[in-house]
Design a protein around this ligand. Structure first.
Ligand code: SIN
Ligand code: MN
Length: 278
């Protein structure tokens, strides 16, 4: 799957997301999941912990210092559909693994990603897309993503900067707005095996609850931005809002199970200039 069909394009336009159950095979997923204990054990700023806890909430930018995730960041099954939607090359605005750990995984409040990218990073237009791959099986108990289908058609909604609820500041939407959107579109949660993929619009309103189950819900997210739409402000550190705007060059489709050479620019440590805002 590298190109979206006419039906998929129509569904994406209507709902604001597409779900691809079990798109990646077990061996491909193991090349990634085998890296996670080591990644989460790193004592680096790129491991953001849950508020008041040791559990990692988000690991940032592993594509710059881990070979398996670097190869994933150039995977044609993830990059090509987004190039097709924007009809141009894309760069990595954000690369993260959200751990949503068993018992400890905290909420993600209702938000639109483009709201934050626009407000914080001065990304001009919502010409950026999220692609998520489940690294664990996702079920109704372990904090699946919740989408409001069709909400991407609202454009950017008014949001407030929530710096309190979790360890990660986010521009969030108020309950009144969410209630009215849900009356219109309902809520859906794509669920499925590890290796399933979701593509979703950067204005799609989404959230996830806490994970009180005994099952982790790790997922990796690529936020891909059209090259011509790159951010204009570098207030956030480079490991959260990427500053490398060259178009991503894809590797062959078997890049998770074959050891292609990839550059790892941060393998000797995160450069000082990427650690803070400018
Ligand atoms: C996000 O909204 O960026 C992440 C939400 C989640 O991982 O549940
Ligand atoms: Mn989000």
């Amino acid at each position: 799957m590298e190109q979206l069909s006419q039906e998929q394009l129509k569904e994406f336009d209507e709902k604001g997301f597409l779900f691809f159950p079990s798109l990646f095979e077990t061996a491909e997923m193991e090349s990634l999941t085998s890296q996670l204990d080591d990644l989460f054990a790193l004592d680096i700023v790129c491991n953001l912990r849950e508020k008041g806890k040791k559990a990692v909430r988000t690991n940032w930018a592993a594509h710059n210092y881990n070979s398996a995730f670097a190869r994933l960041s150039r995977h044609p099954r993830m990059i090509k559909p987004v190039e097709q939607l924007f009809d141009e090359g894309v760069y990595m605005h954000q690369f993260k693994v959200n751990a949503k750990a068993a018992f400890d995984g905290d909420v993600w409040q209702w938000h639109q990603d483009f709201g934050t990218w626009h407000a914080d990073d001065l990304m001009p237009e919502p010409r950026a897309m999220n692609i998520a791959i489940f690294l664990d099986d996702v079920n109704e108990h372990n904090g699946p993503l919740m989408f409001i289908p069709g909400s991407h058609k609202q454009g950017v909604l008014e949001a407030g900067h929530d710096t309190e609820t979790t360890s990660y500041p986010l521009w969030t939407l108020d309950p009144k707005t969410i209630s009215s959107l849900v009356r219109e579109g309902g809520i859906v949660s794509p669920k499925g095996r590890a290796g399933s993929m979701i593509l979703f619009h950067s204005c799609l309103v989404h959230a996830s609850g806490s994970n009180l189950s005994p099952w982790d819900r790790k997922a990796v997210y690529l936020s891909l931005c059209a090259v011509s739409n790159h951010i204009k402000r570098f207030k956030r550190p480079g490991y959260i809002a990427g500053r490398e705007f060259a178009p991503i060059e894809c590797l062959p489709d078997d890049c998770l199970v074959q050891d292609y050479e990839v550059s790892l620019p941060w393998s000797d440590g995160i450069p000082t200039e990427e650690l803070q805002g400018i």
